[in-house]
Each structure stands twice: as C-alpha cells, then as structure tokens.
Design a protein around this ligand. Structure first.
Ligand code: MG
Ligand code: MG
Length: 630
C-alpha cells in the first residue's frame, strides 16, 4: 500500500513540506498546483527535487471546471487540459485530478459529461497519462460519488477512472457502503480526511476544518473498509485543509498524518479480516488498567516542598531506590516517585520545566506489545542506562517530549517496586487520607496541539474521546477533551489553551510547556477525606460562598450536605448517572495543583460546570497579571 499526502496538508514551503513528508515515512505526494506555482525552478527541476526526497508524485491537482461546457468554452477547457498535461509530463506524474465542475455555465447530464471524459481520456492516453474524476460535495451537477462513477462508467475509457474522497462522501452523509459496488480497478485514487461534525456550509467546512482520520467525527473507517473491499490497489492519500495545521510544524503534521493512516488501515484490517492488506503486523490497541505511577523531576532543595505537599495529602515515603536519588511515596494504589538525580532524563526535565511531572507509568495488558504498537505508529522509544539489578521498563516519548513507561502484570515488571526499592519503615504506620487511586490526569497544551495528543492516545490505547467542552477562564477560553478507557480505568483530560493569560496558558508559559497540570486522586468518602486532610495541614482552595448559594438553587441536596460542602470547600455536580464531589488544593507558583474527587453511581464527567469558579479561585491566589515569575 502506497501512502501519500497532499502537499497542501503540510505547512511550510515546498522543500520543508517534502522533508517532513519523507521523514514521516510517506511514499508519495499529491502535488497541489499552488505549491508548484509558488516554487522557483522548472517543472522538471521540481519533479527531480521531489524524487530526490524519495517521494513519487502520485497525482497532480486540481483541474477545475472541465466538464459540461459548450462551444468555445469547451474548446478552451481542452486547451487548458493540454497545458496541464505538458506540465505533468515535465514534473513526472501520470495522473490528474479533475474535480466536478462548479461553473455557472456548465450543463448537466451524465452522458454529456461522459462524452467529455471519453475525449479527455483519449487525449491523455496519447501521452500515456490518466484522468481521475472526483465529485466535489458542492459540485454544480455532480456532487455524489455514485454520479461521478456513472460518468466514468459511461466514458468507458481505460485512461479515465474515479477518485474517491472520504470528506465528500461522508460530509454529505452518503452511505459509504455504495462504494462496494464499484470495481476496484476503476478507482484511480483515494483521498482521506476526517472532520468534526459541525453544521456549516460544505465548502467552508471542507476548506478549514478537515483533519486526520481518527481526529474528527466522520466514519472514515467504514469508508475505507468499503474502498478496500473493491480490491482497490492504488495509493491511499491524505488531503487535509485545516487552519490549525497551516500554522503548525511540518514535522508534527506529517508525523500525525502517517500515524493516522497506519491506525486507520490497522482498524480496517481488523474489521475486514478477509482482506489481505499490505501493512506491517502490529498489536491491536492496548487495554489500559490505570496509572501505575507518576514521577516528579525536582532538585534536592525543591524536593522538601514537594514532600511537604505529599504529606499534607496523606502520602508517606515507602521506598528508596537502590542506586538513585529516587524516593517512592504511596497511598492506596497511588505511587508517586520523586526524582532528584543530578543527571539523566529527569534532571534534564527539571532544568527545562522546573519541578514537574516528567514521567507517567501506565498500567497495560502487555507492556512489550504496547511499546511495539507505539513504535509502529511512529512514537520514539525511550531508553536510559539501567543500573545493576534495575528493571528495564518499556518506555516511549510522549507527545510533548515527556516519557511514558508501561507496566503489566503478566511479566515481572510489576515487581519493580520490590526489586528496585529498599523499603522505608516510616511509611507503614501512617493512616493516609483515604486517597485510593488516580482518577484522572489533566494535561495542558497549546490548543493547536490538541488533535495531536488525542490521536496519540486513541491510536495506541483502547481509549475513546469524550465530547469537547469549553471551559471559561476569566481571561479566555480553554477547550477540554477527555480520552478515556472503557469503564474509566484510565482517564486523561486534555486542555488546550489559546492564550497565555488563562490559568492553563500561564502554566504552559511558566513551566516551559510541561504537560501535566493537575492530578486528580479518587477517594471513597470525600467528607471524611476532607477532614483527614484538614488535620494533616492541607490547605484547600477557598471557594466563595456565592457558589454554595447557587448550588442550593440548582440542586436538591440532602439536608445538612450543603453546609458540609461549604465548610470543606467541596464542589458538587450531578449527571444522569450519579454525583461528583471535588476538592482542590491551592496551586503551586507554576500553577500545578491537585484535585480530590469522589464519583458516586457512575458519574461520567469531570465537573465542567464548576471549572469557571475553580479557575477564578485559583487565579486569585497566583501572582497578579503582568508580574514576572520570581
Ligand atoms: Mg479531494
Ligand atoms: Mg480535573
């Protein structure tokens, strides 16, 4: 299977695009006329440059407003086509994309269009070229792949074939199953794009909101299953017009594109086991069991403060690493590792971000398989020298450069705590505050990078996206989207900040793009946890009394509960399943904080209605706007 991407999908000048596309592992490109015209050099030189990058030119596009014209306009359209044919031969590509006409004076009629294409196919054949016809969702007379196929079928010329584009089919809610009736050898090219479901003008939606397969809401897998079932053997190509990508980094966009294609074809293979797809073997999406540990990078000096925070939350040290300045803290099933090494990855992370979470340990069904799948999807493996007797845990680099380790129960990896750490007696007699496990991790990133993060998690792990919610910060909007494993075994909320003036955006600026901004611990009884924490010196985030007056108006709460929530600064929410209680710590200078939650009766969310009040309270405690970080 040849993998291709349209040059328009990747930011940068043509050279930058090609470098990123080649590095990501694509075989070829769709050359967009715009990118070609903007480049200096003859068509032959540009063609050579593309091939020098190890890429083939799979198609030249677009050729517009061709079919259905009459008289002099029709003659002119064929002249224009001949000029494009000249250009294609110089560039070194044999296929042109003709999209269905939007011309005001184009006349409809399947047979008329078929006649035009038969003649165009004949002219192309004389030069050894081919013509592909694509139905634009907003085409004047042809806007449905079934009609485009009928034109191609009646044109009845071996050099004329059909081009399918998932956006045009799925965006118009056409049933992709209808593709299965088309002979695969008459499909010349397949373009893929996803998009978020937004009701808007089709053309505007297509030009600005397309995204990579798996990043949006369209069923691109169903589309591609139907395409592959036809016996199609040609290239599979991404054609993505997206405003965010235009301003992004070429390497990131190309890498995500390649990842999304691999993930998509892997889904197709699993759902259509009868098809023989030319795709390397890889493990299926990985089942996660939870967060096994989180690791803080810090210094010997700053670790005192962090230790005090952890003690105030009911944690106690339980282990000291055999060879390293690394301490293990625990409460319930929660493990927190404090790393004060003065060399290695954690130290580099500390130097870059300050005291921050540099590493997350994910519990998985099979750690080796997880690493294999992640690498098949283009993630970078992470290795660090392992000391004598130390466990070598499979690991990769996450999206923002942080590290992710994988621990499973089936190998001996889970024994790492007993093997690599010497017990510290102090831990054993501490009662704790009733924190049981990590409910969710909240990661913050620039809004433009959110799609990259969701694709990373949902392609490697068996996790699904929850709907995106808007969180109102007094100084801007933050978009929040959760990715969750079935039953909530692993939950990660991704928060995209558009401006540095929001609480989330400021965390990014102050921590130089550290990712984990808060950790939410679960407990079974929030009121008893709150009083245990208060005794241990925990300072809760103060919540204004107005919040509780409003709560009383919005919900019927059991008598006395409102006062107890108010006394303990606990926030409350309810959905159709159950109830949710949240208690927040005060934020650190960088904006890192902790949350303690209790979910009752299967509450699904994260307390989004409370977020504006929580953020306003946090902002009152951090340094005023415009005051630089000390
Ligand atoms: Mg297209
Ligand atoms: Mg939260």
């Amino acid at each position: 299977m040849r993998r291709s991407i349209a040059t328009v999908s990747v930011p940068g000048n043509l050279r930058e695009k090609l470098e990123a596309i080649a590095a990501a592992g694509f075989d070829g490109i769709e050359i967009f006329e715009q990118d070609f015209i903007a480049e200096a050099g003859t068509p032959a030189e540009i063609g050579a440059m593309i091939r020098d990058h190890g890429l083939s030119i799979e198609i030249f596009q677009p050729f517009r407003d061709f079919e259905g014209l009459t008289g002099a306009r029709r003659i002119k359209a064929f002249d224009r086509a001949e000029r494009k044919f000249d250009l294609m031969q110089e560039l070194g590509t044999d296929l042109v994309l003709v999209c269905s006409s939007v011309a005001e004076d184009a006349v409809g009629g399947i047979d008329r269009a078929a006649d035009d294409f038969r003649e165009l196919g004949q002219r192309a054949a004389e030069r050894g070229l081919r013509v592909g016809y694509e139905a634009l969702a907003w085409g004047r007379h042809v806007n449905d792949h079934r009609d485009a196929w009928e034109v191609v079928r009646r044109a009845d010329h071996p050099n004329v074939g059909l081009i399918l584009d998932s956006f045009h089919t799925l965006g118009r809610k056409l049933d992709p199953e209808t593709i299965r009736r088309i002979p695969g050898d008459r499909i010349f090219f397949v373009q893929l794009a996803d998009a978020p479901l937004i009701e808007m003008d089709l053309l505007y939606w297509s030009r600005h909101y397309r995204n990579m397969p798996g990043e949006g809401d369209l069923d691109v897998t169903a589309f591609m299953r139907a395409v592959m079932a036809t016996g199609y053997k040609g290239p599979v190509s991404l054609e993505i017009f997206n405003d965010q990508f235009r301003g992004g980094r070429p390497e990131t966009v190309a890498r995500d594109g390649h990842r999304s294609l691999t993930h998509l074809m892997d889904r197709v293979r699993r759902q259509e086991p009868g098809l023989k797809l030319d795709l390397p073997e890889m493990p299926d999406r990985i089942t996660t069991t939870g967060v096994e540990f989180i690791e803080f990078a810090t210094s010997a000096t700053e670790s005192d403060k962090l230790s005090r925070q952890l003690r105030s939350l009911g944690f106690a040290p339980v282990g000291q690493h055999r060879n390293k300045s690394v301490t293990l803290w625990q409460q319930g099933e929660i493990r927190v590792v404090i790393n004060t090494e003065t060399r290695g990855f954690a130290h580099d992370a500390y130097v870059t971000h300050g005291t921050s979470i540099c590493d997350i340990g994910i519990g998985v069904s099979d750690a080796t398989a997880t690493q294999a799948r992640a690498e098949a999807l283009g993630a970078n493996p992470f290795h660090q020298p392992v000391g004598p007797g130390e466990t070598d845990i499979p690991a990769i680099r996450g999206v923002g450069g942080s590290v992710m380790h994988f621990i499973d129960e089936t190998s001996d990896l889970a024994g790492v705590w007993e093997r690599d750490f010497v017990p510290v007696s102090e831990g054993t007699d501490l009662a704790g505050a009733g924190l049981t496990r990590i409910d969710h991790l909240a990661e913050t990133m620039a809004y433009d990078e959110m799609l990259s993060w969701t694709l990373f998690y949902t392609s490697i792990f068996d996790m699904a996206k929850a709907p995106m919610v808007d969180v109102v910060d007094p100084d801007g909007l933050v978009r929040s989207q959760a990715v969750e494993a079935e039953g909530g075994a692993l939950r990660i909320t991704l928060n995209g900040a558009e401006t540095h003036r929001t609480f989330a955006g400021r965390f990014l600026a102050d921590s130089f793009n550290s990712a984990v901004q808060h950790i939410a611990f679960a407990c079974d009884d929030i009121l008893s946890t709150a009083s245990a924490l208060a005794k241990g010196g925990f300072s809760a985030l103060p919540i204004p009394s107005n919040y509780y007056d409003d709560l009383a108006a919005r919900f019927d709460l059991a008598p006395g509960l409102l006062d107890r929530l108010r006394d303990n600064q606990i926030l409350y929410d309810r959905d159709e399943h159950g109830e949710f209680f949240q208690l927040y710590s005060q934020p650190s200078a960088d904006g890192l904080f902790y949350e303690i939650v209790e979910r009752r009766d299967g509450y699904r969310g994260y307390g989004a209605p409370n977020a504006p009040f929580r953020i306003a309270a946090q902002k009152r405690l951090v340094r005023p706007k415009g005051v630089p970080k000390a």
